[in-house]
Design a protein around this ligand. Structure first.
Ligand SMILES: Cc1cc2nc3c(=O)[nH]c(=O)nc-3n(C[C@H](O)[C@H](O)[C@H](O)COP(=O)(O)OP(=O)(O)OC[C@H]3O[C@@H](n4cnc5c(N)ncnc54)[C@H](O)[C@@H]3O)c2cc1C
Length: 386
């Protein structure tokens, strides 16, 4: 069983239990995690927990960070999404790849929540194939100019520091740190979503946005191959734990309901076909958490293999989240389809995890390429009978 005695993990558990879990349905229905909750995520140290102590963060190890992500995710997926984009995709990436000046400029503000970060890669026609971004950068004498539009950006509506990916006319990609207050930058909220309704999704328009050279992030031309891939490693680590969170939450709901609801003269948890779904849920949560613990230790040790193992874990836990939440809907019966009960929301939020940070199919392609190399039998004189 994973263990961390870090006080921020206790903070996360308490915050999740007292503030998030009782209000998650309301945040979903009202289409936005309230500013007061986001502020508390920052002032309590949770949003900055994974950032280095020298820049005002909590400096927690990878396992503690995963467990914090799980606890917040058990309470509310929309709030957990703040940790995924602000802390992992943006914060961890700046801590890893930023220049000394960029770290000094941005990390203390992100750690305190004076700036909220968002990750702006996807566009209308650039999703799984993110290298197809049409947002353009042009290099002028002492600055860059950005033009284009980003879509699906989590927390775009409240963020004020964007990690943006753009391409030049000749197709090379750069990453930039762009402050909301830059002239020509505007955001539009996205509504009518199936899930992630509370995570302030939005589109970002760049209309001749002028940014200084020092806001270039990472080496020129390495925006996609280096910066985006590093950020997506942190993002997938976060989503891997988020999958465990939803699966666990759905399991807790289905068990509690199974021990409450009576049909045919007994609690439905006594019926063996219901028990089969509970057994599968328990097995999935235990397996998913074991995989998450493994990637946490690998990440902490800077093991190169952590990247592929994280892809594998993200694929697994996003699928078990969907499966366990789907079974929770089934066990709640009609109430499983009613917004007054938690199962349908958990199912909707689980489906998001199979689409973001690389869809299930994109993970499968990467894992299959790895599998075709890794599991090819070598050193045998004869492979198979003639
Ligand atoms: C709730 C939510 C939050 C998001 N937050 C962010 C964010 O903060 N920042 C950001 O930059 N983006 C964000 N995204 C965008 C997200 O990363 C993309 O939706 C995702 O990468 C998939 O791209 P797409 O939607 O364009 O689907 P497409 O790429 O068009 O894919 C459609 C389908 O085709 C499949 N497919 C595509 N290519 C292949 C292939 N080569 N082989 C097999 N199957 C394939 C996919 O698996 C999928 O099933 C968010 C999306 C959602 C829904």
């Amino acid at each position: 069983m994973a263990n961390s005695t870090h006080p921020l993990l206790d903070t996360a558990k308490q915050f999740s239990k007292e503030v998030l879990r009782p209000n998650a349905a309301q945040f979903d229905a009202e289409q936005g995690v309230p500013e007061s909750v986001l502020r508390e995520m920052c002032t309590s140290g949770l949003a900055g927990a994974v950032l280095p102590e020298e820049y005002g963060g909590g400096g927690v190890d990878a396992l503690t960070w995963g467990l914090i992500t799980e606890e917040i995710g058990v309470g509310c997926s929309n709030t957990r999404a703040l940790l995924t984009v602000h802390s992992s995709l943006v914060g961890e990436t700046i801590a890893r790849l930023g220049t000394d000046t960029q770290k000094q400029d941005w990390l203390p503000q992100l750690a305190k929540g004076e700036r909220i970060g968002a990750f702006a890669l996807s566009e209308k026609d650039a999703g799984s194939d993110a290298s197809a971004v049409a947002t353009r950068f042009e290099e002028k004498d002492d600055h860059f100019v950005l033009n284009g539009k980003k879509k699906w950006i989590t927390y775009a509506a409240v963020a004020n520091l964007f990690l943006v990916f753009a391409a030049s006319e000749d197709g090379s990609t750069n990453a930039f740190l762009v402050e909301r207050e830059r002239e020509g930058l505007s955001t539009t909220p996205m509504t009518g979503l199936f899930a992630s309704r509370g995570a302030h999704l939005g589109e970002i328009t760049f209309d001749n946005v002028k940014i200084p050279k020092e806001n270039l992030f990472g080496r020129p031309g390495m925006g996609f191959t280096f910066v985006a891939n590093q950020a997506l490693f942190y993002g997938r680590f976060s989503i891997a734990w988020a999958g465990v969170a939803i699966a666990r939450s759905a399991l807790e709901e289905m068990v509690t309901w199974s021990r409450t609801r009576k049909q045919f003269g007994s609690k439905i948890g006594q019926h063996q076909l219901v028990q089969a779904m509970i057994a599968d849920g328990v097995t999935s949560v235990h397996a998913g958490r074991a995989m998450c613990e493994k990637i946490s230790h690998m990440k902490q040790a800077n093991d190169d293999a952590a990247v592929m193992e994280t892809n594998i874990t993200k694929l697994f836990t996003s699928r078990i989240a969907t499966e366990v939440a789907n079974n929770a809907v089934q066990i709640f019966g009609g109430n499983g389809l009613w917004q007054a009960y938690p199962a349908e929301r958990l199912y909707r939020e689980a489906r998001v995890l199979e689409i973001i940070e690389g869809t299930t199919q994109i993970q499968q392609m990467m894992i299959a390429n790895y599998g075709l190399r890794q599991y090819f039998k070598t050193g045998l004189k004869k492979l198979y009978p003639e």
